[in-house]
Ligand binder design. Structure first.
Ligand code: ZN
Length: 149
């Protein structure tokens, strides 16, 4: 638990305990399920997209605090963004978590920056990116995303 404790910042815990946009959209234009078998994380994502703009998004999930907080924070920043903007955010978020380059070039990630510390714990990176990989799959009409070990 020690390594995980270090990662639990206030924002992550808050989103874990009180997930935003938690639920199901009955007739989504896009949806996908993501699984991270390494940790047992599970995220189902539902979206309404019109004219390349995300109009609504909800998720349901189970798993560790990082995976669920990441899904909650992601859904809280997606609404009314266009899809190319969303893909750019994913690229930046991914490099925040995986690249050794200093993160000071990535200052416009807002709330997503709370996950910067996850980089120190490679097995947790898949937890933090699960919701995002699921999102990209949903956008590409792939219904299922499974992390590989
Ligand atoms: Zn996890």
């Amino acid at each position: 638990m020690d390594e995980v404790d270090k990662l639990y910042q206030e924002v992550i815990l808050d989103h874990y305990k009180n997930p935003r946009n938690f639920g199901v959209i009955e007739n989504p234009t896009h949806s996908a399920i993501g699984r991270n078998p390494l940790c047992g994380d599970h995220v189902a994502l539902y979206l309404i997209i019109e004219n390349d703009i995300i109009k609504d998004v909800k998720f349901k999930g189970l798993g560790c605090a990082i995976s669920q907080a990441s899904a909650s924070i992601m859904t809280s920043i997606l609404k009314n963004r266009n899809l190319s903007e969303v893909r750019q955010l994913f690229e930046k978020f991914h490099s925040l978590l995986t690249s050794d380059a200093p993160t000071n070039g990535v200052t416009d990630l807002g709330k997503l920056e709370v996950f910067a510390g996850v980089k120190e714990f490679p097995t947790r990176v898949k937890c933090a990116t699960l919701a995002w990989h699921t999102l990209i799959n949903a956008l590409e009409n792939n219904k299922e995303f499974i992390e590989k070990g």
